[in-house]
Design a protein around this ligand. Structure first.
Ligand code: UDP
Ligand code: MG
Length: 333
């Protein structure tokens, strides 16, 4: 394998630029810790690979002092750039905005809470592939109920979707410009990055590491937001639920058909005693429930189509570090 140092000596010496893209939502406590660690890694990169770094922070409508912290960082370090959204648009929008703003030859996406250790980046750089992705070896430190549902989700989505969604994969990635441009070419509104990263293809090398606890602050995900996120993933990368609802419909018709034959034959043979009111109600409720469930599935896809065709921007900008052209006011323009 060629290391970057060899590559550079072969190719000459324009320093390459590595962008760190960091979505931040209420991360005032983690930010200083992250910045110190990122600067340390940037020094390592400079020494080992003659690479320069830039830091793109995306403030996702934080209600705490995240934005103030970013302003201060930008004032003291010109490698720091930031964009602040008008409200909370979600991590996926943050990632998109950050990737759009990144000018690096290589781009790393990582969380602000140091759960994605920046110290892995020099190692990732050695691979010279289109993408180096990370996954957790175990879910140690996570509440068991969250792990259980996460495992179920990965099992279900991988059965339903042709796009592989790797269990335990983090959004911590190291990508070439080519890969980033491919990801940006998918400007869909309902973004599920884990799926998009896989869908675009290219060669990806996986690195595993032990789960790391948050450096400071609290997780922004609760059960409901994770549930919505998983539905986003399934609806975004599979249409199997639609086929499943048709299948359920056909299955119920078959059962009903057999039932009708049984009732008719029984009436002909034994007369027609009025009986079975409770079972009738139960069956009606069951069929009604199934119908609503299937309509719900169709509705889910319809709502996704609806939000897609409205072509609303993925995010709106409140403030940037003032650097021209880097940050476009909205995403899909
Ligand atoms: N985040 C964000 N917008 C949100 C929620 C989270 O930009 O609406 C950022 C957050 O600041 C962090 C990263 O996404 O840098 C991952 O969030 P978190 O650590 O809360 O998730 P977890 O690691 O618990 O899955
Ligand atoms: Mg985290």
């Amino acid at each position: 394998m060629i290391s970057h140092a060899d590559y550079l000596s072969e190719k000459d010496t324009v320093p390459m630029l590595i962008s760190f893209v960091v979505p931040c939502y209420n991360e005032e406590e983690s930010l200083p810790l992250f910045y110190d660690e990122a600067c340390r890694v940037a020094n390592v990169l400079r020494q080992q690979s003659h690479a320069e770094a830039e830091f793109i922070f995306v403030d996702d409508g934080s209600g705490d002092k995240t934005l103030e912290k970013l302003r201060a960082l930008h004032a003291k370090d010109e490698r720091v750039h930031y964009i602040s959204f008008s409200r909370n648009f979600g991590k996926e929008a943050g990632l998109y905005a950050g990737l759009k703003a990144a000018k690096g030859d290589y781009v790393a996406t990582l969380d602000a809470d140091l759960q994605d250790p920046p110290s892995l980046i020099p190692e990732m750089l050695q691979f010279l592939l289109d993408c180096v992705a990370t996954r957790r070896k175990t879910r140690k430190g996570e509440p068991p109920i969250r792990s259980f549902f996460a495992k179920m989700f990965y099992r279900i989505i991988n059965k339903m979707s042709g796009t592989e969604i790797v269990d335990g994969a983090r959004d911590f990635r190291f990508m070439t410009r080519k890969f980033v441009d491919a990801v940006l070419s998918l400007s869909e509104y309902n973004r599920f990055s884990k799926g998009i990263f896989s869908w675009v293809g290219f060669k990806t090398h996986w690195i595993s590491y032990e789960n790391i606890e948050r450096a400071a602050g609290k997780t922004k995900w609760n059960f409901w937001s994770l549930f919505k996120y998983s539905i986003e993933g399934i609806a975004g990368f599979s249409t199997v639920p639609l086929a499943l609802s048709s299948f359920l419909g056909v299955f119920c018709c078959l059962i009903a058909f057999i039932g009708i034959i049984v009732v008719v034959v029984r009436a002909l043979l034994f007369g027609d005693p009025v009986a079975g009111w409770p079972s009738m109600i139960s069956i009606m409720l069951l069929i009604g429930g199934l119908q609503l469930f299937c309509i719900g599935i169709v509705g889910e896809y319809l709502s996704k189509t609806y939000t897609e065709v409205k072509h609303r921007p993925l995010y709106l900008t409140k403030e940037t570090d003032g650097e021209d052209r880097r940050f476009t006011p909205s995403a899909n323009v």
